[in-house]
Write a protein that binds this ligand. Sequence first.
Ligand code: FAD
Length: 400
Amino acid sequence: MVLPFSGVDLFSVGVTEEHEVFRKSVRELLERDVRPHVAKGERDGSVPDEVFRKLGGAGLIGVGVPEEYGGQGGDALMLAIATEEITRVWPSLGTRVGGSGLFIIMLMYHGNEAQRKKYLPPVARGDKIGALANTEPGAGSDVAGIQSVAKKDGGKYVLNGRKIFITNGGIADYYVVSARTSPPDPSSRWRGLSVFIVERNQPGVRVVSRVDTMGLKASNTAELAFDNVEVSEENLVGEEGLGFKYMVGTFNRARVGTAAQGVGVGQAALEAMVSYSVQRKAFDSPLIGFQMVQEKVSETMIEVNAARLLTYWAASLWDKGRENEAIIAASMAKTYATDAAERAAIRAITVHGGYGVSTDTGVERLLRDVEVMKIYEGANDIQRLTILRESARRLLGLRM
Ligand SMILES: Cc1cc2nc3c(=O)[nH]c(=O)nc-3n(C[C@H](O)[C@H](O)[C@H](O)COP(=O)(O)OP(=O)(O)OC[C@H]3O[C@@H](n4cnc5c(N)ncnc54)[C@H](O)[C@@H]3O)c2cc1C
């Protein structure tokens, strides 16, 4: 045993030549069709529709979604690579794609065939936008603590509640929303939650306001209200009362994506640091000639590539069907990659001197963006708890 894993045979990464060909094509598209929109999009606080549609047309929103549901197929590793490349160029865009991704994952793994057939193709193609609405003003990390309620009334449910910090909240066409269908049982608080598909144009759905965040300025984060929203039984996801499992299951799978976002931010910081330190001179030497700058670049190279390996490893475990190990590896990857990207962004700012803190260069934005990534998809400190608790429960047969 290599605590907490059974053996070193689990430590392989399934990258093939096909993944590299795919990565290159994604990078080309991003550099050509997306990079020119980043600065203005960040100033305007939005991703232009044409950019999102371009990504959809290229199949980049439906990576990992089977072709019969409008996706381009592919494995978890391909999805991680796509996310890394998108985020390397524009973190806000990576988050917008990730918001639709949460909706997709929920329906792919927990929805029924009719729901998949109806909702996945338009979202996977980028014609419609998806979102997942779980967090509430009073509960985020504590998923079982949500207070939205859905009451059964004949063949429908009546949904009431508030959701906050919802990625794509103000622009999504479809939401998957969690609500209580029965009161919390003190012995198992997680029971009694259910998940529903809600369309934005349904009566009673209201975007209360956009939430302004320190980073990811072009990602739309919103507070939502659901006032007596009538949801037909057909839009209940899975079984009534098991919503907690579906939410946690969705976050578990999506977490590799947030790790990949961290790798993308770290890579962007590394590249900025290298190109600036080669060009910029001080005391008659390029900055890269100074050992303290070299150390910053080397440390960043170590950490970004370690983060990449952890992320690809977690994705490969999903691809091998090793769910128990994949969940733990994904928590490790998300925590390490976003923490490492924060350090990378700080080093990049330092190396850029005054230009590092100027909002013109885009370097300080990386730090603002990654601070948000450290919090969403399960705050990093929660991941630290998860790594230990899930290792004990899933791999070691211990109760904590
Ligand atoms: C820009 C943005 C986009 C988001 N997008 C979405 C989305 O699309 N859908 C969605 O549902 N949610 C979304 N969220 C919400 C996000 O997932 C939550 O903010 C996050 O899970 C933390 O929840 P909280 O904000 O309620 O903090 P809390 O749960 O109140 O936690 C606050 C702090 O306390 C710490 N803490 C809490 N409990 C413990 C504990 N047991 N032990 C140790 N430390 C603890 C946490 O680590 C954190 O640092 C988004 C958030 C942001 C900022």
